[in-house]
Design a protein around this ligand. Structure first.
Ligand SMILES: [Zn+2]
Length: 66
């Protein structure tokens, strides 16, 4: 859906890094490892969230809630 504000596993705040991550990696097409290092994401739990995240907010917001 949207990137969590804190890492699910360790609790480190990561939500504010998402826009930077997308901009620096050109939407995850290059330098993912270097960008994660630059952003200070050292633990694999936080890194996995950024690598595996799929932003579906716009897709799901097309459907009405009943
Ligand atoms: Zn973590």
């Amino acid at each position: 859906m949207i990137i969590p504000i804190r890492c699910w596993s360790c609790g480190k705040p990561v939500g504010h890094l998402w826009e930077d991550f997308l901009a620096k990696t050109n939407n995850r097409t290059k330098n993912v490892k270097e960008t994660l290092d630059e952003l200070g994401l050292e633990r694999y739990c936080c890194r996995a969230q950024f690598m595996g995240h799929v932003d579906l907010l716009e897709t799901t917001s097309a459907f009405k809630k009943f």
